[in-house]
Design a protein around this ligand. Structure first.
Ligand SMILES: Nc1ncnc2c1ncn2[C@@H]1O[C@H](COP(=O)(O)OP(=O)(O)OP(=O)(O)O)[C@@H](O)[C@H]1O
Length: 606
């Protein structure tokens, strides 16, 4: 078994960070943006800098005074003087620790303030971005920017910034004092540096290769575990257990091999540093001894140099390690800023008005639309829904049903000259987005629930609703009975995955939320997944109640809702090819009639 020490792990992790493919494209620009955040904390930052200067200076002063003490002892200092000097030394080291503590304490405060405001700004900016932005990106990737990337920035600001400044100051100060004491011995000590970096480079090149391999095989094995766990049922059904185990063992062996070499090579780093430190120690003591014998330097100078040489190689090594971490944090910050630079949803037109109520008269007038300006998603779609009507949108997958809803809710905009959408006779461009959406409610296939109580989940429909109103809505949605059977009734905490309640019950909650919102326009995206007959009946009954007196748009997958719709709009390849009632369309014996006949006996239409 390969043993790993803490140092090895530290080196390994810093190496891994360095190996990640993310690299900042505009380091200068990103650093400037980070600086703008840091600059808000200028006062505290100058205290931190002061503490860094003090602690670095004291770290030079301590060893220097020790050397002086050795020389004075040789010259015949008495015990009293020695004790006084020792007290000074204790004071210096105590003060240095205090300065280090304060610089860390204040810097953590600064870092957390910066991260707090970056995270707040990023989150609130995300809320203002248009729907099209989210459709182009994976949620996992966005989550990673809010969590991993921010964490990366936070960690680096917390420690790396201080370490880089302290290390640079210490290295610079040490070299200056060493030159002042003995240029010859300084040059000899410094010769160790190129050897140290050459050795480090040799090892890092090797480890880099193996760490890359290790990351790849680790990703591979993780993916395989996830795949087989989520597909356990299929694995068992087809009796593939043995084959899966063999494949896993093969991947596991590959991981062991790459990890073995990665750890072995990275394990050399601290050993090499130690060896070089010992060599430099021997050189200083040997050459220093000769120089002292010849009267060029005192014994005290040798003592100072031996401490300084350690004090000098360690920060150099730290600087090299921190460099990788800082680069990866800058890349993380850049990814955060990229989102902050994304354009927010367009402002409402200057003439746009707030609306407080709607009759629910909806008219599409020759509306055309394209997501990417090349392929037409909708072509000259026109229809008219009068208040209270139920409109069913029917058509094969990709026909443009969801796009019609997205345009109606202004998640996307109809471009100039591409037609108009009127609500109660007003072009929707002249209605503010916020007030328009307040008049709409959505019951979608996948009901979105939040990790809070049932009560608050329903109240999301109208935040000002009282508890009684919430219960009234739940009763109207046929949800009250099942809620009362939950462990804590309305106070039961749901999780966002909706565990503990069925798919159908989630739909009922979603209907209750819509009832509470009391919208003029209702959008329903029928659930396609199988729901038991009793719950389905409850859902249908609740929906009929919800739809009463409101203009409703139903993206229809089932025959029963469509049969009762006042208007059925049949779409194909973005074109409205038929419209009418179920009976009239059946009589016309066109595309819709064909769809109905071909789907007879099946549960879904589209
Ligand atoms: N955000 C988007 N960016 C680019 N193209 C899109 C986007 N959303 C939908 N489309 C494309 O527009 C066309 C119409 O999609 P839409 O979602 O409106 O169809 P639909 O009838 O609702 O389909 P389904 O029944 O499968 O939900 C499809 O070809 C789809 O690939």
């Amino acid at each position: 078994m390969v043993k790993t020490t803490n140092d090895d792990k530290k080196n390994a992790s810093s190496k891994q960070t360095g190996n990640k493919k993310i690299k900042a494209k505009d380091i200068k620009g990103t650093l400037y943006k980070i600086w703008l955040y840091l600059a808000k904390e200028k006062g505290l930052l100058s205290f931190v800098l002061l503490m860094i200067v003090i602690s670095s200076a004291l770290s030079l002063l301590g060893p220097y005074l020790m050397g002086v003490t050795v020389d004075r002892l040789i010259e015949g200092w008495d015990t009293n003087r020695l004790l006084t000097m020792l007290l000074w030394l204790v004071l210096i080291y105590v003060l240095q620790s205090v300065a280090v503590f304060l610089q860390n304490y204040w810097m953590i405060g600064i870092a957390q303030n910066v991260v707090l405001s970056m995270r707040n700004q990023l989150f609130s900016h995300l809320q203002k971005l248009p729907v099209s932005f989210f459709q182009k990106r994976q949620h996992g990737e966005l989550m990673s920017r809010l969590t991993n990337d921010m964490e990366n920035v936070s960690r680096t600001l917390n420690s790396s910034v201080i370490q880089v400044v302290t290390s640079s100051l210490t290295v610079l100060g040490t070299i200056i004092v060493m030159f002042w004491l003995s240029p010859l011995l300084t040059i000899l000590t410094l010769t160790i540096v190129p050897a140290m970096f050459a050795g480090l480079k040799w090892i890092t090149n090797r480890t880099g290769q193996y760490f890359k391999e290790q990351q790849k095989t680790l990703g591979d094995i993780n993916g395989y575990i996830e795949e087989t766990l989520s597909g356990q049922k299929i694995v068992k059904m087809y009796s593939q257990e043995q084959r899966v185990i063999e494949e896993f063992e093969r991947k596991n062996s590959a991981l062991k091999k790459s990890s073995y070499w990665a750890q072995t090579y990275s394990g050399f780093i601290p050993k090499l540093m130690n060896m070089l430190n010992n060599v430099s120690f021997a050189v200083i003591v040997g050459v220093g001894g000769i120089l002292a014998l010849k009267g060029h330097i005192s014994i005290g100078v040798i003592v100072i140099f031996t401490t300084y040489s350690r004090q000098f190689t360690r920060p150099l090594n730290d600087l090299a390690n921190q460099f990788n971490m800082i680069l990866s944090a800058v890349a993380g910050a850049e990814r955060v800023f990229q989102i902050m630079d994304e354009k927010e949803e367009k402002n409402d037109e200057s003439q746009a008005k707030d609306i407080t109520s709607l009759e629910g008269d909806v008219r599409f007038d020759s509306v055309s639309f394209s997501y990417d300006q090349s392929v037409a998603t909708l072509e000259e779609v026109s229809f008219h829904a009068t208040p209270g009507q139920t409109v069913a949108l029917v058509g094969p997958t990709g026909a443009g049903k969801t796009t019609i809803i997205s345009l109606l809710s202004r998640f996307y905009e109809v471009e100039q000259g591409q037609g108009h959408i009127y609500i109660d006779g007003m072009d929707i461009k002249n209605i503010t987005r916020d007030s328009l959406r307040k008049q709409m409610a959505f019951v979608l296939q996948d009901s979105v629930l939040f990790k809070t109580t049932v009560r608050e989940n329903i109240r999301y429909g109208r935040l000002s609703a009282t508890d009684d109103e919430v219960i009234f809505a739940a009763k109207g949605a046929n949800a009250h009975d099942f809620i009362m059977k939950l462990p804590n009734g309305y106070d039961t905490i749901l999780d966002s995955e909706g565990q503990g309640i069925s798919h159908g019950q989630r739909q009922l909650l979603s209907i209750a939320r819509a009832m509470l919102a009391n919208p003029s326009l209702l959008i329903l995206d029928e659930a396609t997944s199988s729901i038991d007959t009793i719950t389905e009946m409850k859902i249908n009954e609740a929906l009929q109640r919800l739809m009463k007196g409101r203009t409703s748009f139903v993206i229809a997958h089932r025959l029963n809702t469509i049969q009762n719709a006042d208007l059925i709009i049949v779409l194909k390849n973005g074109k409205l090819i038929e419209k009418g009632t179920h009976d009239s369309l059946l009589k016309a014996n066109g595309f819709y009639a064909g769809l109905v006949h071909s789907q007879q006996g099946k549960s879904t239409l589209a």
